[in-house]
Design a protein around this ligand. Structure first.
Ligand SMILES: Cc1cc2nc3c(=O)[nH]c(=O)nc-3n(C[C@H](O)[C@H](O)[C@H](O)COP(=O)(O)OP(=O)(O)OC[C@H]3O[C@@H](n4cnc5c(N)ncnc54)[C@H](O)[C@@H]3O)c2cc1C
Length: 492
């Protein structure tokens, strides 16, 4: 049994750090979250430009329906009623995929809510592949059941249970003789977690897809509001969040964690330290000799997901009302792989006369290489000009789909360097550690470290996305409590 007053220090106040903190505070631990930024929330926090809330790490959420996985998590955390959401897909579309490869692909495909509707849409788009589609959807339904029943969390096998579903999804589709068109449609869910289809373990593909087909939701509040709800809930439970508190070192003596040292030099003690930040960032905080070279080597060699570039613009609300689904313009090749895509969202905003256009695409790291050694806000005019030029190109491309935007005003664009500096993610990686089949063993059990009392949490330990990240927090708590105590104390 853990002592009720055991002191826990959590590094990072993203959804990973905050959810872990709430779970432990509910269990009676004395929790303090340390955040380097002056505002909590990490990637889930939005930012304001000209009165409009621009989101970063939450465009939509999956599985908030009754009995579904995220609903169970939010209910346990005690935040469901304070995070208002609206259900997507009521007109039959959650996501619309647009293709421009008429020889191999249909012009568009709609991702609907529900597995029957999904199967029906696939068969309608690819009638010659009915048998293959049935097999594909059967496997997705199975993963969906595992996801919502939380089998993985309550099993005693940890994530090794996933090894039998670690075959690359692209390989499975090749074996099924799937057409390039069908392959591209199926490639999109793996892009949500930043893994190319050819190397995406079947389980992660199916989990990402199942989480949104089960039900999809948009926040009715801003990402900042959501971050504040989580912080308030933690405080209600007696936990603390200290902002402007950059952790510099994890204090370790004889391979046991004893606390942290902040950049200011201040030291804080805790018998448990949970780093809800990237594992490669954690390595830099550990003193020499704290972990064996083999661990250092494994973590430092982990490959990460790609970075992103995003634009937010204000457009006239009357001319461009909210579109109740997401739109993906998909670049594809003859084999059906998806080297890149553009994601579009048009939503009503805080101002009656304005809609918010958001565009997201891959980061184009080489474009920003000249400013790699600079910090946010101090990169100079040439960087701003380059950013604006790229943003305007993306807006121009969007106008080819939506028509000319009335009263458009670009509000902001962020680059991989912005993400890197905001949340300390290596090279601005959007979804953290690459959950690929090739590095499935190297990424297993990342929650634990060889240092006693030091655990990891956040999107890197299990899977990215709000669901994957919170699932990772529960998994970390399971390691801390032990599987039996976890099962007795945490009912989801
Ligand atoms: C552009 C984009 C769009 C996305 N869209 C969606 C979506 O629509 N739906 C969805 O479910 N998921 C989405 N995701 C994924 C989701 O946002 C992330 O998986 C999740 O927010 C990660 O949470 P985290 O707590 O692991 O990390 P982070 O949010 O990165 O939190 C880490 C925190 O640690 C802090 N920190 C770092 N170093 C230190 C230090 N030394 N000392 C103290 N604090 C430190 C950082 O400042 C940060 O606040 C998106 C991600 C991106 C990038």
């Amino acid at each position: 049994m853990k002592s009720q007053a055991e002191k826990v220090l959590i590094i990072g106040s993203g959804i990973g750090g905050l959810s872990c903190a709430i779970i432990l505070a509910k269990l009676g631990f004395d929790v303090t979250v340390l955040e380097k930024n002056h505002q909590p929330g990490g990637l889930i926090r939005s930012y304001t430009r000209e009165g409009l809330e621009c989101s970063v790490g939450i465009h939509y959420l999956g599985s908030l329906g009754q009995g579904q996985v995220l609903r169970k998590f939010f209910d346990y955390l005690g935040v469901t009623d304070d995070i208002p959401v609206s259900r997507m897909g009521e007109n039959g579309v959650i996501d619309r995929y647009l293709f421009d490869a008429p020889e191999t692909h249909p012009p568009s495909f709609d991702l609907p809510e529900g597995f029957d509707a999904y199967e029906e849409n696939l068969i309608q788009a690819f009638p010659a592949e009915q048998a293959c589609i049935k097999k594909i959807v059967t496997a997705i339904r199975k993963t969906s059941d595992q996801l919502h029943s939380l089998d993985l969390l309550y099993s005693t096998e940890n994530d090794f249970a996933l090894l039998d579903q670690s075959q690359p999804y692209g390989e499975i589709l090749d074996n099924l003789g799937c057409s390039p068109g069908l392959r591209s449609v199926l490639a999109i869910p793996s892009s949500w977690i930043g893994v190319p289809l050819a190397d995406c373990p079947a389980y992660y593909h199916n989990m990402a897809l199942a989480s949104y087909v089960s039900s999809s939701w948009r926040l009715q509040q801003s990402g900042t509001d959501m971050a504040d709800v989580l912080v308030n809930r933690l405080q209600e439970l007696g936990g603390k969040v200290i902002t402007g508190a950059e952790t510099d070192k994890i204090l370790v003596s004889s391979r046991v964690a004893e606390g942290v040292q902040l950049k200011t030099g201040e030291c804080l003690n805790g018998s448990l330290v949970i780093a809800a930040v990237h594992p490669q960032v954690v390595l830099q905080m550990l003193p020499d000799g704290a972990v064996k070279p083999s661990y250092r080597n494994r973590i430092s060699k982990l490959k990460n997901t790609h970075s992103v570039f995003s634009v937010h613009a204000r457009i006239d609300a009357e001319e461009h009302p909210e579109i109740p689904y997401n739109i993906f313009k998909i670049e594809t090749n003859r084999h059906g792989d998806v080297p890149d895509l553009k994601y579009y969202q048009i939503r009503r905003s805080e101002k009656q006369d304005s809609s918010l256009l958001s565009i997201l695409t891959s980061g184009q790291d080489e474009t920003w290489a000249p400013w790699k050694k600079t910090r946010s806000g101090r990169r100079g005019n040439e960087y701003d000009d380059t950013k604006e030029k790229f943003a305007m190109e993306l807006i121009g491309e969007a106008e080819e789909l939506f028509g000319s935007f009335k009263d458009l005003k670009m509000l902001d664009a962020y680059t991989p360097l912005t993400i890197r500096d905001w949340v300390n993610s290596p090279d601005g990686s959007a979804y953290g550690v690459l959950r690929s089949s090739s590095q499935i063993l190297a990424t297993a059990l990342l929650n634990r470290t060889p240092v006693k009392g030091l655990y990891l949490a956040g999107q890197n330990v299990m899977a990215p996305g709000v669901i994957g990240t919170i699932m990772g927090s529960f998994a970390t708590v399971k390691f801390i409590l032990g599987a039996d105590e976890f099962r007795n104390k945490i009912r989801l």
